[in-house]
Write a protein that binds this ligand. Structure first.
Ligand code: KG4
Ligand code: ZN
Length: 334
């Protein structure tokens, strides 16, 4: 097995995370300190609070990741950190911490793109997965369809033009009275409802590989307001119908993209990839066309540092190094 012990650090949003991965695929430790309880009462992430929490949590989380792996900083080969995209103040905490650790230990520093990181959750879960493959990344911040011709190389086929899939789910979930973030609860509730109860619009259907969820969001909001005036909301039917519209389009476009580029393998990533209906729809449709679907376990789908370490390992191996002048890139794209 190839060597290379990489410490990954991730602070782009509301999870303070550190992990140690060997050889880009073997997980030695994976620590995530979630702030979700803190932000829940605001119905979303409050950037200023997130930064402060990262400052408090970062070093204990790194310490824990090293302890769990049974390693000291000096045993490692590199420190990989999320450079962006994400909240600038949150990113800066992880970057400052990673720089300090790298400087103090003499280890090389490697910068990782968070979206690229999500993709590597698949490599952690399925070490046998090799490019080329197609990857659908859907989370609270991103919705992207990528072609991966080789590790470390990406071609974007499509992206959202407005809201991310998870962002739309969280907004409608909030109106339905679900706790933030709403994805997991909507997933559960949708199983009790009728996905065809409300025929919500599906934008850009059959029109390339871009996504748009804002029209769907508005249509759902209007329907919810109309129903609210009449009595108790049919919450399960609304959740099921809304979720079906979101994940239906995701699944349809991922398959169409796989056909277009001739991808025999489709990988899912990002928090929304934890959605059971999306997994079910894609598993069936992919199998019917003889394509193989790869899905990471839910803990690898949502934000974590193992995926950052795995992505960082590829860059480290290629000799990519970041300087101590590394800055956060809140709008970094792939
Ligand atoms: O990847 P992630 O943890 O953070 C970002 O990089 O954004 O994704 C979080 C998103 C949230 O919008 C959350 O509601 C959604 O993933 N999510 C789900 C499920 N679990 C988490 N969406 C649908 N179904 C789920 N089971
Ligand atoms: Zn993410």
């Amino acid at each position: 097995a190839p060597g290379g012990l990489v410490l990954g650090i991730e602070t782009s949003c509301d999870e303070t995370a550190a992990a140690v991965v060997a050889g880009g695929t073997r997980l030695l430790s994976n620590v995530v300190a979630s702030q979700v309880e803190v932000h829940r009462r605001f119905g979303g992430v409050v950037p200023e609070i997130a930064s402060r929490r990262h400052v408090e949590a970062l070093l204990p989380v790194v310490r824990q990741a090293l302890d769990d792996a049974g390693l000291e900083l000096k045993d490692l080969d590199a420190v990989a950190v999320t450079q962006g995209p994400g909240l600038v103040g949150a990113l800066l905490v992880g970057i400052a911490g990673a720089k300090a650790l790298a400087y103090a230990s003499g280890l090389p520093l490697v910068a990782v793109n968070h979206i690229e990181g999500h993709l590597y959750a698949n490599r952690l879960e399925h070490p046998e997965l090799e490019p080329p493959f197609l990857c659908l990344i859907a989370s609270g911040g991103h919705t992207e369809l990528l072609e991966v011709p080789a590790w470390g190389a990406y071609r974007r086929l499509g992206r959202t033009r407005d809201d991310a899939a998870g962002e739309a789910i969280d907004k409608i979930g909030r109106v339905l009275g679900l706790p933030y973030p709403a994805g997991a609860e909507m997933d559960r509730l949708a199983r009790e409802g009728d996905p065809s109860a409300f025929p919500f619009p599906r934008a850009l259907r059959g029109e390339g590989f871009d996504f748009s969820f804002s029209g769907l969001k508005t249509a759902a909001l209007n329907e919810i307001r109309r129903l609210q005036a009449r009595g108790p909301l049919p919450v399960a039917d609304l959740a099921a119908s809304f979720q079906e519209a979101v994940v239906g389009v995701l699944a349809e476009k991922a398959l169409a993209a796989a056909r277009a580029v001739g991808a025999g393998r489709i990988a899912l990533a990002g928090g929304v990839a934890a959605n059971s209906r999306l997994r079910e729809l894609l598993a069936e449709a992919a199998a019917a066309e003889g394509r193989v679907l790869y899905v990471p376990r839910p803990a690898f789908c949502t934000d974590n540092a193992a995926m950052i370490a795995a992505a960082g390992w590829v860059r480290w191996q290629r000799g990519e190094r970041a300087g101590l002048d590394l800055n956060a890139a809140p709008a970094l794209s792939l």
